[in-house]
Write a protein of this length. Structure first.
Length: 348
């Protein structure tokens, strides 16, 4: 009797190295578009190099942030609309960096899937590159992992990593005092937090991702995939005035939990809920899901994506500057004695 010896390859195990190499070649132009002073090498090395001196820093402190996009990813996967989810990934990281007073310098991504589709991967990374361009940081590296058996067909996961720098004497928060004014920057919808509750509300509503949006144009899926707003450039412009004492990125936990993170012990905030208009998506979520005001403020951004704490006598000038830079500021309250956030007025 004779036995035949079977010869196995990595492709037989479900990993296509050629597809991975093709993806790298496809995304190189997108990454090159994000180059900025300080970048020393493109994609392809074992590590990415960045020159802080070439970026113009004299006494820098590095600031890092990592994040994902939560279960918003599920909507992108189910609808096949993956072109903007990369913007969300970048925004969730770089919007955190500026809250420390830091300028985002470079970004790295982690993309994992069960079976690599180079076209899908390229669309995702193109979105990441657009996010980096909007934030002024460079996409200088990342990891693409094809892991059969770990993900269902068509599923993938994303994580992002951003590094920024701030001069040692510019680290925030700093100098927050009672009477400082709170300026809110408008959000572009739900951003990337609270989507487990969003998906539950959609189930309760009886709608699906292809249904017409009940609060805007297009389909419900497309409306809920509106990307997270990038606040980096207007925030940095405001920081350069020297009159911004703190910034809070309003993510999971909403205003209720995120704003106190940048306030010194013994200081809280008084906020007038009637000082801005609740976007239609949140009104629909609240009415359809029976979500009360307190839950809405603790789960979602409720129309406020970033809050700046500024010197009272400079608030008007900074508001005008923010408007010139494409942000939409509203004066929503003041820093006060006490702890936590106290609300007045009505949002719903």
């Amino acid at each position: 009797m004779t036995s035949e010896k079977t010869s196995l390859s990595y492709a037989d195990a479900g990993v296509d190295i050629d597809a991975g190499n093709a993806l790298v070649e496809q995304i190189k132009p997108a990454a090159q578009r994000t180059n900025r002073p300080g970048v020393m090498a493109g994609l392809g090395g074992f590590g990415a190099l960045f020159d802080l001196k070439a970026a113009g820093y004299r006494d820098p402190v590095l600031v890092s942030a990592t994040d994902g996009v939560g279960t918003k990813l599920r909507i992108a996967i189910d609808t096949g609309m993956v072109n903007t989810i990369g913007i969300d990934l970048v925004a969730m990281c770089v919007n955190d960096l500026v809250c420390q007073g830091a300028e985002p310098l470079f970004f790295l991504d982690y993309f994992a899937t069960g079976r690599l589709d180079p076209q899908q991967g390229a669309a995702i990374v193109e979105g990441i590159a657009r996010g980096c361009e909007g934030a002024g940081c460079a996409l200088i590296g990342g990891e693409t992992a094809e892991m059969p058996g770990m993900y269902h067909d068509g599923d993938f996961d994303l994580a992002g990593f951003a590094v920024g720098a701030v001069e040692r004497d510019g680290i925030l928060p700093a100098g927050v005092t009672e009477g400082d004014v709170l300026l809110a920057l408008a959000s572009d919808g739900v951003h990337s937090n609270g989507y487990s509750l969003v998906r539950r509300v959609v189930e309760v509503s009886g709608l699906n991702w292809e249904s017409s949006s009940p609060f805007g144009e297009g389909t419900l899926g497309a409306a809920l995939l509106t990307p997270t707003r990038l606040y980096v450039k207007p925030a940095l412009a405001a920081l350069r005035t020297g009159d911004v004492h703190a910034l809070a990125h309003i993510t999971g936990g909403g205003i209720t939990e995120n704003l106190p993170r940048v306030l010194p012990k013994g200081l809280g905030a008084r906020i007038d809920l009637s000082s801005w208009e609740l976007p239609p998506v949140f009104r629909w979520l609240a009415e359809t899901g029976g979500i009360d005001e307190q839950e809405l403020l603790k789960t979602f951004n409720a129309g406020v994506g970033m809050v700046l704490c500024v010197a009272a006598d400079k608030a008007e000038d900074i508001a005008m500057l923010l408007l010139e830079k494409g942000a939409y500021p509203s004066l929503i309250g003041v820093v006060s004695a006490g702890d936590g956030v106290q609300y007045s007025g009505k949002l719903l």
